[in-house]
Design a protein around this ligand. Sequence first.
Ligand SMILES: NCc1[nH]cc(CCC(=O)O)c1CC(=O)O
Length: 318
Amino acid sequence: MDSSTSTPSRIVIASRESRLAMWQAVHVQGRLAALYPQSQVEILGMTTQGDQILDKPLATIGGKGLFIKELEVAMQEGRADLAVHSLKDVPMVMPEGFVLAAISERETPFDAFVSNKYAALDDLPAGAIVGTSSLRRESVLRARYPQLVIKSLRGNLDTRLKKLDAGEYDAIILAAAGLIRLGLKDRVRSVLTPEQSLPAPGQGALGIEIPADRPDAAAIVATLNDPDTAHCVRAERAFSRALGGSCQVPLGGYAIIDNGQLWLRGFVATPDGKQMVCAELRGARADDEAIGLKLAAMLREQGADAILAQLATHTATQ
Ligand SMILES: NCc1[nH]cc(CCC(=O)O)c1CC(=O)O
């Protein structure tokens, strides 16, 4: 990208190569191409460590950062100008030197129940095997459906669906957004309500990451920002960050704009679902991060610290 002119001749988007990541990159490419018809908008696809290590739970191999490191190196080396991510996969504390410059409008933020035999979670018989590798989904399932058997499920969306179809699971839980984006909406047998399963912070939204020292790139992606989605996810991410949020903490956080106010709900639980604290808070949307911090403080008052302390010893012994 030529930073000396307002219309760059070339814009390069770094993306992971999974089908979902590519769909998201192509989506942003289309929007940028429409905004800057004189520019050549390209995608640089790459494989990350997170894509390669599939045999271990994400929580034990280093977490979310593993999916974005290679893309950041490409930006640092000037091979790319921006990176498109599922916001859910972006660490709560941005790596030094990088910022989220835009948050685009959200797709359905909810979790989806996917099964070839059953229509909904409530239809599953005792002993049914449900696939998920998210500690958040696991804790919720164990708390509300203790009769079910939770089995680990990793890999990209296609891999996960293949494992379901091969009969390894009676049902799996996936983010509805990913399935919808890939044209697999008909695989969604039912959408879990926020009361059944509160989404992960950022779920369904796209985050555009750029190097912090590239105001030219910030200007180019600024119009992709959806202010209401950005307020909501800022509240969710501040909440998660205040509780040490990573994929090692079973935590959900979900905000919407309701009657002009930001309404944030959140929970923290132990992976076995035996302890869970939930709270909600409303406030002005401009107070997004403050609402997130306050909600985290409310959960701490309810005993979130004890839950987090248990998690610390749990991961230390893994
Ligand atoms: N953790 C993997 C991941 N990261 C983003 C999505 C798709 C949905 C989204 O954009 O939030 C998924 C799949 C899933 O959780 O089932």
